[in-house]
Design a protein around this ligand. Structure first.
Ligand code: IDP
Ligand code: MG
Length: 141
């Protein structure tokens, strides 16, 4: 099934000047980029985006990190996009990520792990709508 997933190139990705390399890997893996922009999350908006993790020990650090600099958000589309994107990025902790995955290649630790991917098609739609209006999404024609 053709699905959509949200990708966030996190502040560590932007600081390391890896926007181009990570985007190239995403395109080479077959994802269509429907929308893409640079944003800066406030602590409030980062907290809202990651509300599902509220109360977990890493939540405050996650909100701090995600609002510490700018991010690039992308709406991606592909057959089986959610699972395929998570395969491309690898496990949350780069130490556990498979060889050749984006997190294995570029991430420093479990918190600063370069990229976000949605965890279900339903959340993919919700997360894309968090950042993009329908007027900002364009199919490849
Ligand atoms: P995911 O990004 O692979 O879906 P989640 O469990 O949804 O992983 O966690 C969201 C984000 O919170 C992770 O990408 C990472 O930045 C951070 N995080 C998750 N678990 C930990 C942890 O144990 N220590 C530090 N940060 C964590
Ligand atoms: Mg997650």
């Amino acid at each position: 099934m053709v699905e959509r997933t949200l990708a966030i190139l996190k502040p560590d990705c932007v600081r390391k000047k890896l926007i181009g390399e990570v985007t190239a890997r995403i395109e080479k893996a077959g994802f269509n980029i429907l929308g893409m922009k640079k944003i800066r999350l406030t602590q409030e908006s980062a907290g809202e985006f990651y509300a599902v993790h509220k109360g977990k020990p890493f939540y405050d650090g996650l909100v701090e990190f995600m609002s510490s600099g700018s991010c690039v958000v992308m709406a991606l589309e592909k057959e089986n996009a959610v699972a395929d994107f998570r395969t491309l990025i690898g496990a949350t902790d780069p130490k556990e990520a498979a060889p050749g995955t984006i997190r294995k290649l570029y991430a420093d630790n479990k918190g600063e792990n370069i990229v976000h991917g949605s965890d279900s098609p339903e959340n993919g739609e919700i997360e894309i709508n968090f950042f993009f209006s329908s007027r900002e999404l364009f199919a490849i024609e």
